[in-house]
Design a binder for this molecule. Structure first.
Ligand code: HEC
Length: 117
């Protein structure tokens, strides 16, 4: 083997290693992040009435007299009850079973639990 063949072989090898590293990095990123960001979803769909922090301290929230999602009244309800309100709606609360899938509703319930700290 002359030296120019050796050099091109090592260039190919270096290229392969960079490509492998890129593939490994991108696949670990893909598995590490959820399919959607629940905080963004809450902000987009719920915060107008419930407030980004769940307090209900918004113009709409006050008008509709929403309860603080962090309060004992709300947190005292079961996951199934909260899921039902989000899916089916209740009073002035719109139903979301058509626009959100089950996983999204579940993540929103978990998000509401997290808001309470
Ligand atoms: C148009 C305003 C509005 C929007 C938008 C809205 N809500 Fe509500 N939500 C309400 C009202 C009003 C209630 C109180 C319903 C009742 O008890 O009569 C409520 C109640 C709830 C409850 C039950 C808490 C309780 O008071 O017992 C949960 C949980 C909830 N909302 C979650 C959500 C989530 C999650 C979203 C976004 C996907 C959302 N809401 C979007 C107005 C809204």
């Amino acid at each position: 083997m002359n030296s120019s063949v050796k050099r091109s072989a090592s260039i190919v090898l270096a290229f392969l290693m960079v490509a492998m590293a890129a593939i490994l990095l991108s696949s670990s990123e893909a598995t590490g992040s959820p399919a959607f960001d629940v905080a963004t979803l809450f902000k987009a769909k719920c915060a107008a009435c419930h407030g980004a922090d769940g307090s209900g301290n918004t113009v709409m929230g006050k008008k509709l007299k929403v309860r603080d999602l962090r309060s004992a009244d709300v947190q005292g309800q079961s996951d199934a009850q909260l899921t039902a309100v989000i899916s089916k709606g209740k009073g002035k609360m719109p139903p979301y079973e058509k626009s959100l899938n089950q996983q999204q509703v579940q993540e929103l319930v978990a998000f509401i639990r997290k808001l309470a700290g």
